[in-house]
Design a protein around this ligand. Structure first.
Ligand SMILES: [Zn+2]
Length: 93
């Protein structure tokens, strides 16, 4: 069933853009989201990522008992919202 409200011409244009972006991202040394060196086997990257996850988990844990986080969530209606302090903590700032 195809009841996608987006007109197919619109969708096609979006696909073309996506393909252009993907081609750019495939260009070695261009992709801003990837380090220039192939880092899949880089242990430092894995460690950084693990540290980041620990940091986020720790901030979320602390946030559960934080009245400011609770207030931020109530205010924004976003159940994952954090107060400024814990947001900064989760981002490693
Ligand atoms: Zn908080």
């Amino acid at each position: 069933m195809d009841d996608d409200p987006v007109p197919s011409s619109h969708r096609a244009r979006k696909r073309t853009v996506n393909e252009g972006v993907r081609r750019l991202l495939d260009t070695p040394g261009w992709n801003p989201y990837q380090p220039r060196t192939d880092s899949t086997d880089d242990p430092a990257t894995g460690a950084r990522e693990a540290l980041r996850q620990v940091r986020v988990e720790r901030a979320e844990d602390a946030a559960k008992a934080c009245p400011e986080c609770e207030a931020a969530r109530r205010e924004s209606g976003d159940s994952t919202d954090l107060c400024a302090r814990h947001l900064a903590e989760a981002m490693g700032l």
